[in-house]
Ligand binder design. Structure first.
Ligand code: ACM
Length: 511
């Protein structure tokens, strides 16, 4: 090749790359069924047309109870505005007249003229808007075209959650709100806050000020810890409720209580205050289960917590109480059960609580023992599945992960996704599976960046397991949808793990 032809070859190449890039940007949508939604909708079909969504799109609501969800959407999609007249680009309504949708499902119709989302309840409309947000390309400062079609969608499980441990390392209100936003995007409806453990007591109890003054004063590694005032906790509860997320607060009892034992001497059988603990061992602490002072303490804590928790559940932990005699443990759990009921709440606990006499309404969270889950199921209790080997997001992805543990398993993104809740326990009937929770324990997690690294990209997979029917889930198909979410993670500033089992390079757009 001479110099001149080299130049024209290079120019031609550059022009064709420019053309390709340009055509990618303006790539018209083809078929709605060829989407990248997570979780995958139950039913989705394309109708072959296009709808043009203007940058100044208008939203209309059929009912004033939808004002909040419309305002939320406008906040995350600036440029949109409420329509006062009859004609709107996006129409939100109640009265879907489809019982199977329940409280959380929705119908969406994208026609060439407008988008309609209808549901039985505002929660369903909110979910429809989360779906729409994923359909709108990220940089929507120009009008965008959406493929026309219909969606009919509702969740597989009633309880779809994640647990955040704010005890081992404390995370402030803004971090928790960011976590709630992650959950809302993927249609989770529960944030379980692990508020107390050996290393820190993180919720103000006004009648027991030493719990936070002493017990909240440190964390793993000896940092300064922290706690939520009741007002801050209520702010978190409201922020979550605005996104249809219920907070399940956990006070871990009777083990995992060193922070409380260090704060109040009378909780110790010898009447002497314990030492604050900043290590990472488990199973060494216990409240004094045969002292009435312990039950007065639990009653005071549950009373205050129940009063600031609108959700139906109080989680009482109950895990790894290796320092409590088994018969004392069983006695303790039944006393605490009565206290939780007395304060108008339903008890939740880790699977060990099934060893005792628990009420049928109590919800048992399986993390370790299938035997405990079976016992609970025999008793008719609902089960939340959080098997450590599959759902613990503090587990490393592989041996090279720079933080995390591996005591349960290494959990790559495909392993986190590729399991069916119905086949986890042979003896637990599917109808007793109340839902899924993916916990993040924070012994090795010190910052929001650490949270993001362990949670993304496993969290969207747990959302899909919790929401989509098993019959439409398939790892190979899911992983290309997941790859298409990378630009969204980036635009949110989420430092995610670029797992080698996902081909991140293939997709350049969320849509
Ligand atoms: C737990 O992981 N100890 C519930």
């Amino acid at each position: 090749m001479n110099l001149e032809s080299k130049y024209s070859y290079a120019l031609g190449l550059a022009l064709s790359i420019l053309f390709l890039v340009g055509s990618c940007e303006t790539k018209p949508p083809t078929d709605l069924a060829d989407h990248n939604l997570i979780p995958h909708p139950v039913e989705i079909a394309g109708t072959g047309g296009r709808f043009q969504l203007s940058t100044e799109a208008t939203i209309q609501i059929s009912d004033s109870t939808l004002q909040g969800v419309a305002d939320y959407f406008i906040e995350v999609q600036p440029g949109m505005k409420m329509a006062m007249g009859q004609k709107a680009d996006i129409a939100l309504s109640l009265g879907a007249n489809d019982q199977q949708l329940g409280q959380e499902g929705y119908l969406m119709n994208i026609s060439e003229n407008s988008i309609t989302i209808s549901a039985n309840h505002a929660h369903g409309v909110f979910h429809g808007l989360q779906t729409l947000q994923q359909l709108i390309p990220l940089s929507s400062d120009k009008p965008v075209e959406l493929a026309t079609g219909t969606i009919r969608d509702y969740p597989r499980y009633e309880h779809r959650g994640s647990m955040l441990d704010v005890s081992r390392h404390f995370f402030g209100v803004e971090d928790v709100k960011r976590y709630i936003d992650f959950l809302a995007t993927y249609k989770f409806n529960v944030l379980h806050l692990h508020l107390t453990d050996d290393q820190g007591w993180r919720i103000e109890i006004k009648s027991k000020p030493e719990l936070t003054a002493i017990g909240g004063s440190t964390e793993v590694g000896g940092g300064e810890g922290g706690f939520y005032t009741q007002e801050q906790y209520q702010d978190i509860v409201q922020y979550a409720a605005d996104r249809f997320i219920t907070i399940v607060p956990e006070i871990d009892l009777p083990g995992h209580t060193q922070a409380a034992l260090a704060s109040y001497p009378k909780l110790n059988c010898d009447g002497k205050a314990g030492e604050l603990y900043t290590g990472t061992k488990v199973g060494f602490s216990t409240l004094c289960t045969d002292s009435e002072a312990t039950y007065e303490f639990v009653d005071a804590v549950v009373e205050e917590l129940a009063a600031i928790t609108p959700g139906p559940f109080i989680h009482i932990g109950g895990d790894e109480s290796h320092a409590t005699e088994k018969e004392d443990y069983i006695y303790f759990i039944s006393r605490v059960q009565q206290i939780v009921s007395k304060h108008g709440k339903t008890m939740m606990g880790w699977d060990e609580i099934a060893q005792g006499e628990i009420e049928k309404e109590t919800v048992v969270q399986q993390w370790n023992s299938a035997g405990n889950a079976s016992k609970a199921a025999e008793n008719g209790n609902r089960i939340i599945l959080s098997p450590a080997k599959l759902t613990y997001m503090d587990m490393k992805y592989d041996s090279t992960s720079h933080i995390g543990y591996d005591w349960a398993a290494l959990i790559e993104v495909d392993q986190a996704y590729n399991w069916d809740p119905d086949t986890i326990n042979a003896t637990v009937p599917a109808k007793l599976i109340y839902g899924i929770e993916a916990p993040l324990w924070t012994e090795t997690v010190e910052s929001m960046k650490d949270i993001e690294y362990l949670v993304f990209p496993r969290l969207p997979g747990y959302a899909e397991i919790s929401w989509a029917p098993q019959s439409i889930r398939n790892w190979d198909e899911y992983r290309s949808r997941l790859a298409a979410h990378a630009p969204r993670f980036e635009s949110e500033g989420i430092g995610f793990y670029r797992s080698p089992v996902v081909n991140w390079g293939k997709q350049d757009s969320i849509n």
